[in-house]
Ligand binder design. Structure first.
Ligand code: NAD
Length: 272
């Protein structure tokens, strides 16, 4: 039977890409578009919102109305995602989360819901970035002792959180290889201290530029050579297709916390 997929943040950049990808897929049914009171959706039809005619899609503002969906895909704002996660936990609806910018406390709250539902969260649902995490870990293991490591990211001018969730996830990979918490090595603001590069620090730089979907480069630099691992997303479809893949995979899983490595079978333990 086809999966019934609800999409939160349906008027947003990612929500639109995901809802259209669900509607165009052969094995998924777009069941609900979740918007919020005060958004510009009042009095507008689903066809108007998505620019395509689709039968049987419900427009809802209250996530408690999602009991009939098999899975919710949520790319919104941290506080919105938390409210949706509470509603999904009550309705036992699995959830795919692409929202970034959570605080540590918000992440703890989110984790509590995974006692009741399977939840797949990733700062980046693209296959290329998920694979890049593995390459970054390998480079950090082999070169990390001698090399300075820097992470640079560029996104479109409307992005709110910085550095991006993906840049932070790349930082977590490097911190994990070194066996230290990211915050003890991250340097988010070089302009605030006048001194040479701190040994072992991990620098982040952020650009906000035009309509860039998402570029990330991790550079490893020693005295005699430099390695750069770069990923560039040219379309939001890269994230949308990954989120759909995660939704199909997640609905067969028990309650718990998963990420894109699980979906793609890229957990280190899968290969060792
Ligand atoms: P956007 O601003 O275009 O969309 C945000 C959506 O949230 C909108 O539909 C808006 O109506 C909705 N929203 C805002 N307030 C709300 C409320 N109170 N209740 C319900 N809905 C509300 O942003 P975007 O570019 O689509 O990105 C959304 C999130 O996804 C961001 O956190 C971004 O960083 C993240 N993102 C993740 C990935 C990934 O692969 N994981 C990729 C791209 C973007």
């Amino acid at each position: 039977m086809s999966l019934r997929v609800a999409v939160a943040g349906a008027t947003g950049r990612m929500g639109q890409s995901i809802a259209k990808a669900v509607a165009q897929s052969e094995d998924l049914i777009l069941s609900h578009l979740v918007t919020h009171r005060g958004s510009n959706t009042e009095g507008r039809s689903v066809a108007e919102l998505l620019g395509m005619a689709i039968e049987g899609v419900e427009l809802v503002t209250d996530p408690a109305n999602l009991v009939e969906a098999d899975v919710l895909i949520d790319f919104t704002l941290p506080e919105v995602t938390l409210a949706n996660a509470a509603a999904c936990a009550a309705a036992r609806t699995p959830m795919v989360i692409g929202t970034t910018g959570f605080t540590a406390d918000q992440l703890k709250n989110l984790e509590a819901t995974t006692k009741h539902i399977p939840l797949c969260r990733a700062a980046n649902f693209s296959t290329g970035v998920t694979l890049a995490y593995r390459l970054i870990a390998l480079a950090a293991e082999v070169m990390g002792g001698d090399a300075d490591i820097e992470i640079a990211e560029t996104h479109h001018r409307r992005k709110i959180d910085a550095p991006s969730g993906t840049a932070l996830a790349m930082g977590e990979v490097i911190a994990g290889v070194r066996g230290v918490p990211l915050d003890t090595i991250a340097d988010y603001d070089r302009a605030s201290h006048r001194e040479p590069r701190r040994a072992g620090s991990l620098g982040f730089s952020v650009s906000r530029l035009g309509d860039v979907v998402g570029d990330h480069t991790v550079s490893f630099g020693s005295d005699s050579e430099r390695l750069e691992i770069t990923h560039k997303a040219s379309s939001r479809d890269a994230f949308a297709m990954g989120a759909l893949k995660a939704a199909r995979w997640l609905v067969t899983k028990p309650s718990g916390c998963y990420d894109m490595n699980d979906v793609l079978g890229l957990k280190r333990s899968d290969h060792e």
